[in-house]
Write a new protein. Structure first.
Length: 388
């Protein structure tokens, strides 16, 4: 399993104050890192092998190919179902500890962009005949370590599961626009490809390209600068927590108040939108802070179709809509004030109900070390994003 791990911790930190007294302060902290885990997908009780003990990304992995394996290898039956694998991942995430000297009020975690793969790990398997009868020797085919298990060779032979593996030969998709046939920009890791000729956006789904509707926010063009357009998923959502429901902006600003008073009647008519960054991120904290700031502001953009202006650049989309919905939870915690008890109580059990999702590119202007969003003038450090 691989993905990106996010954890928001809310709590109280105790410290020594003057004259030997003690005091505490509320705090919140974001942790994030890449997440890789491997779990045995077969019954390892007789193998003496609790885990492979290696990080799958450190080894060269090839696509499963039964033909290339030939007829000699025996395949061990997969006995751990996918659902159980998902549970194992969840438990391993929940068991992550926190530091001493602090009271934890609330810990929230999200795994974003989870990808599950079934890996086949090679062992050499020798059937030995001796005076005491038959035995078997298993050797890790990568490290050449002898595995101290008690597996019987007949148990493996009696599991002819080779034909049950869902195996499809690799198929290659042409890297061209299905609409006009133009080659896509050579960014094979981008999730969504925007055709430079007809400006349509495409995403691969189940071996086919599916059209992705999108909009571009209008920039203030009077300054005559060239704009850099960064992609966001704008997710319209209701926040539900127990009996409480937050659907309109009026309700939203009760949870996440702004210093400025706004027209209540207009806010009752507007929905809550989450702006989830879809571009490639280098500095998670800086981008998270920016996105939380943008979402708290709930700006209204003038949206158009992409005009295809030569000097404007649409940056790549690295986050799918599904991953963006997971990321929206991280934003919800990011917006939550560490000293605001009512908001924390709501957020603790909150669920997001998404009613709409739209890919939206927002225009940024380069100013020194910052990129500034055209309408809000919110700034994002250039080195927080991967612009290539
Ligand atoms: Zn095209």
């Amino acid at each position: 399993m691989s993905g990106m791990f996010f954890q928001w911790i809310f709590g109280r930190e105790h410290y020594k104050a003057s004259y030997g007294t003690s005091a505490w302060e509320s705090f919140k902290k974001l942790r994030s890192n890449l997440w890789f885990r491997t779990f045995p997908a077969f019954d390892t009780s007789k193998w003496g092998l609790p885990s492979i003990g290696l990080r799958a990304q450190a080894v060269k992995v090839l696509p499963f190919n039964k033909q290339r394996m030939g007829s000699d290898p025996l395949l061990v039956r997969q006995t751990v179902p996918f659902k159980e694998a998902v549970n194992l991942v969840r438990h391993s995430v929940e068991s992550i500890g926190t530091a001493d000297g602090i009271d934890i009020e609330m810990v929230k975690f999200e795994l974003v962009g989870e990808r599950y793969s079934l890996l086949f790990f090679p062992f050499y398997c020798y059937a030995l005949k001796g005076s005491k009868g038959k035995s078997m020797l298993l050797v890790d085919a990568l490290s050449h370590k002898v595995i101290k298990g008690t597996v019987d060779v007949d148990e493996i032979k009696g599991n002819p599961v080779g034909d049950k593996i869902p195996y499809r030969p690799l198929r290659f998709l042409p890297f061209t626009c299905p609409n006009c046939g133009r080659d896509f920009p050579l960014k094979p890791h981008a999730k969504i490809h925007v055709c430079e000729s007809c400006a349509q956006a495409w995403q691969e789904q189940g071996g086919e390209y599916v059209s992705v509707p999108y909009r571009v926010a209008a920039a203030d063009d009077s300054s005559g600068v060239s704009w850099k357009y960064l992609p966001f998923w704008r997710l319209t959502a209701a926040i539900k927590s127990g009996q409480a429901q937050y659907r309109t902006l009026k309700e939203f600003f009760e949870l996440f108040p702004l210093p400025r008073v706004m027209d209540g009647d207009a806010l009752k008519k507007r929905n809550i939108c989450f702006y989830v960054p879809a571009f490639r991120i280098r500095d998670v904290r800086a981008v998270d802070k920016f996105a939380a700031q943008l979402t708290r502001k709930q700006p209204q953009f003038t949206e158009t179709a992409f005009s295809g202006n030569e000097q404007d650049v649409l940056y790549d989309v690295w986050l799918s809509m599904k991953d963006a919905k997971e990321m929206a939870y991280v934003l919800l915690y990011s917006m939550t004030n560490k000293d605001h008890k009512k908001t924390k109580d709501i957020v603790r059990d909150a669920e997001l109900h998404f009613v709409n999702a739209r890919l939206l590119w927002l225009p940024f202007m380069e100013k020194g070390i910052y990129l500034r969003e055209s309408q809000t003038d919110f700034a994002l450090q250039k080195n927080a994003i991967e612009l290539d």
